[in-house]
Design a binder for this molecule. Sequence first.
Ligand SMILES: [Zn+2]
Length: 71
Amino acid sequence: MTESSDKPSCPLCGQKDQVIPIVYGDPKPEDMEKAERGEIMLAGVLRYADAPTHYCRRCAHYFGKVKTESR
Ligand SMILES: [Zn+2]
């Protein structure tokens, strides 16, 4: 079950084991459970242009962009 997700590596520490996705919009019940386990972060319904997509728990660093850009 390694490398099965599309989790990116943290740009600061280069690891991905502490990287969790940030979920926007109305959370599903399963999302609430995951958030309680610290597997994801719920950002609520707020969404802004440069909102980060992932969070590194090791570095407390937000990174990624919701909007996909080609470089
Ligand atoms: Zn990190």
